[in-house]
Design a protein around this ligand. Sequence first.
Ligand SMILES: [Zn+2]
Length: 369
Amino acid sequence: MILEAAADLLVAAMGGVVGSFANVCIHRLPRGESVVSPSSHCPSCGASIRPYDNVPVVAWLWLGGRCRDCRASIPVRYPLVEAAVAALFLASRWLFGFTLAGVAGAVLAAAAVILALTDLEHRLLPDEVTLGGAALGLSLAALRGFHPFLESVLGAAAGAGTLYLVRVVYRAVRGVEGMGLGDVKMAAMAGAFSGAAGVLLTFFLASTAGALFGLLSTILRQADWARIRRRGGAGGSGLLLAADGRIRLAGARWRAIPGAAAAGSALSDSGPAVRPLLALLRLARMRRRTGKETTSFGRLVLEEGEFFRVLAVRVEPAGEGGSLVLLWRVDLPFGVFLAAGSLLAFGLGRPLLAGVLGWPPSFLGSLLP
Ligand SMILES: [Zn+2]
């Protein structure tokens, strides 16, 4: 019992230390800085962080969330990342014990946390983590610790191949980059750890989580819509259209869209980015004429450099046959869901796939020496 508890404590402490390193990666990798040197310093005053102030989670608590030197506040994200990685390390130990699978689970957990947060904050999935993680997953599989090496290779190929295909199709259909190459590399990593069946389960879990999140945020956004409308509606976030399609009022969020027509001109003078909105308006007018629905929802996907931005759109009737268009920014970086899906698939899906489907089949292991 005591040994077990000591082992848990040790694993949690290791997770905390790795989580602390994950924080360094999340901060520095998107900025193109080295994660090894210089040693940790306060981003506000530049003072080096003393070793005893670098103890995961605990240090943040005893420093009261502030830098010892300049009293600048340290975001609560830091201890949360450390605690999350520690918890995932523990989960991996409980699921797989002190085995190579347990090590693989811990490595995947650290990579997933780093990737989810850099994607959330910077819309970036650094190669160091995605490709480095894929290499680690393949290496661990090559040690024949948790599944056949060939299964790992197949998984990486299936993961990258599937998302690459999605990217090509999405670009052909929508004319925008649906997914960066970062997602493709991240899927290769997930596949290296979870295998071919595991990575498909990862995609299923990730897209289910994404859809649930979308649904939930639509419901929660009802309150936001009400607030936008109270704040002067179109003047703040969207636009007010006259019956003839001319823009009577254009809000800041509308004006920020590249190629968006200015107030006074016709909405159809806008650039290609706004085309889905024109279709949505036509649909809304049609529905209104048949007396069915009065409010329509849609999405605008805008290119922003390498990435894309998603605006939720709500169209409702305004006086004299006009329409009120409300715009709300929604961001669904797929890397966040991919990270969660890959952890679930590795932790819970692998035993499931092995037990229920007998996957990976034993011949995969026997194909290689
Ligand atoms: Zn400081």
